[in-house]
Write a protein that binds this ligand. Structure first.
Ligand code: TEU
Ligand code: CA
Length: 542
């Protein structure tokens, strides 16, 4: 196997709760994934990233792990998981798992022991502090609202970057690190091909835990304290002790890693094979996303990041994941969402530079939900932040509107397979409600329709596989920059050239004639000088 095999892959992200339910309990499961492996094979993806499927009380949908060695029974047994690995490998598809080691669940036996006995070994696996004045040890705010400190009944405070049910692990403790490495290698021995590594830039703390000054907010956001000096010691060690030995693919969720730090993380000798490029994930600050100005700002952000990162490392490029709203809603006004604009978006990111990730349902253009009630949402972040804000006097309707647009549950509704009951996801009521539009947007319809988004994604993936060398090594260069609203770039390698030209506006646009051959277009005729609204063309020359 090649050293950098992941550079030739297209990854598909599965959120197991919402992918496919095989036994009618309303929750997706391993056998459900197995049932759909042929679908995924046909789509053409090479690697599946499966979001946490470990034992968990599911406060944060599995990102709160209570036992790293067993799977959550809602998904099936450890044996089912093994069949999943086997069936996937049979089809020449690889699996990467989520590695969540910044924190665990408060139900994990380590934390349970640490609560009971402040002197036990496990007490050193977490950050406990006591204070003289009964006040929180500092003013830091957790990612999910409230303080990063919660209190035990014996008066000790413990630290959590996320929910209070997710105590942070103390990476300073060597014994703990050894336990983590052992667990990682255990999974690698089982035949998985690597990991997506959760929130990893939070593992090194400022051990002074001193309060920080802040402007408008009540507490200092801990999300500003990522990539803290000294983190490299832990990350290098983990790489050496685990990842390197297996030549596995590692993709880190690394919030806070800017263009400067990118090389340390995802450069040639970086801690990981790649990190997610969060540099242009959203247009959330834009009032009018379809305005030329907004499009140009987004384009500059993409090009700036890719121009920088492609020279020094490897990225994971994506439009969606389980923490974000659907890409059609993130980048388009509602009235502009259609096949053309969705395929235009896909064309923009797919060949930029790095390994493309497709999130479940993205390939059929699944959309955000119109949430009418905060109680319909399941996400701990939405629920707690909402509550905190309302208690502080914010308008509940405004908060609901915020989460309706940007909430994580938008991506977590059941996969839409058919126009039948519950979108063909489950016989029973799903754990989170379906998006009503499954009657129109679903896999079954799109497989039948050869002009659908599904088929467009399939073609993008095929071209990716056809031009691996070019996409791995080819230079990146923005082109046709004189056309506002046009997003265009080329990748060149030797005499080969692949050019992506996308009119990302909802009006026609005249461009200069291209001399290369158009190999893929979301309209019928990709050769004229006149480009249609949201027309996307991929050109190729040998
Ligand atoms: O997300 C981490 C996360 O929420 C932050 O990186 C966030 O993007 C940043 O702080 C900006 O606010 C991961 C998982 O993807 C998510 O589903 C989990 O809830 C979270 O970790 C905790 O495990
Ligand atoms: Ca099930």
């Amino acid at each position: 196997m090649k050293n950098d095999w992941w550079k030739e892959c297209v990854v598909y992200q599965i959120y197991p709760q919402s992918f496919m339910d095989s036994n009618g309990d309303g929750i997706g499961d391993f056998n459900g994934i197995i049932q759909k492996l042929d679908y995924l094979k046909d789509l053409g993806v090479d690697v599946l990233w499966i979001c946490p499927m470990y034992a968990s009380p599911l406060i944060d949908n599995g990102y709160d792990i209570s036992d790293y060695y067993s799977v959550n029974p809602i998904f099936g047994t450890n044996k089912d998981m093994e069949s999943l690995i086997e069936e996937t490998n049979k089809r020449n598809i690889k699996i990467i798992l989520d590695l969540v080691v910044n924190h665990c669940s408060n139900q994990h036996e380590w934390f349970q022991k640490a609560i009971k006995n402040p002197k036990c070994e496990e007490a050193d696996y977490f950050y406990f502090r006591t204070t003289e004045d009964d006040q929180e040890p500092n003013n830091w705010r957790s990612n999910f609202g409230g303080s990063v400190w919660s209190r035990l009944s014996d008066g000790r405070w413990y630290y959590h970057t996320f929910a209070k049910e997710q105590p942070d692990l103390n990476w300073e403790c060597k014994k703990l690190r050894e336990k983590i490495y052992k667990m990682i290698n255990w999974w690698l021995e089982k035949g998985i091909a690597g990991f997506r590594i959760d929130a990893i830039t939070f593992i090194k703390k400022d051990l002074s835990f001193s309060s920080r000054s802040m402007k408008d907010c009540e507490r200092y956001p801990v999300e500003n304290l990522t990539d803290y000096p000294g983190i490299g010691v832990f990350l290098d060690e983990m790489k050496e002790r685990c990842f390197e030995k297996y030549n596995c693919m590692t993709v880190a969720e690394a919030p806070g890693v800017d263009n400067q730090a990118f090389e340390r993380y995802a450069g040639k000798n970086g801690y990981f094979s790649m990190i997610f490029d969060f540099g242009w994930e959203n247009m959330e600050d834009e009032k009018d996303k379809s305005s030329i100005d907004a499009i140009e700002r987004w384009k500059r952000k993409i090009f700036k990041n890719v121009s920088n990162n492609s020279k020094i490392g490897w990225s994971a490029i994506f439009l969606e994941n389980h923490d974000q709203s659907r890409c059609v809603n993130k980048f388009l006004e509602k009235e502009n969402i259609n096949f053309y604009s969705a395929s235009a978006l896909a064309s923009i990111y797919f060949y930029l530079y790095g390994t493309p990730f497709v999130y479940q349902g993205q390939e059929i253009g699944m959309t955000n939900v119109e949430w009418k009630d905060i109680n319909d949402m399941e996400d701990v972040r939405a629920k707690r932040t909402y509550q905190e804000a309302v208690e502080q006097g914010k308008d509940p309707q405004e908060m609901l509107a915020y989460f309706s647009e940007l909430g994580r549950d938008n991506a977590r509704t059941p996969m839409q397979w058919t126009s039948g009951k519950n979108g063909g996801f489950s016989e029973s009521d799903p754990w989170i409600k379906c998006n009503d539009n499954y009657t129109v947007i679903n896999v079954e319809n799109q497989i039948k329709d050869t002009n659908s988004l599904y088929h467009y994604y399939k073609s993008l993936i095929q071209y990716h596989h056809k031009h691996t060398e070019l996409l791995k090594k080819g230079l990146f260069k923005p082109v046709l920059e004189e056309y506002p609203g046009l997003i265009a770039y080329e990748r060149s390698y030797g005499s080969q050239k692949l050019t992506v030209v996308v009119n990302f506006t909802n009006s026609q646009m005249k461009i200069s004639k291209m001399t290369q051959k158009c190999v893929l277009c979301n309209y019928k005729n990709g050769e004229t000088a006149q480009m249609q609204p949201y027309e996307a063309r991929i050109y190729y020359r040998e």
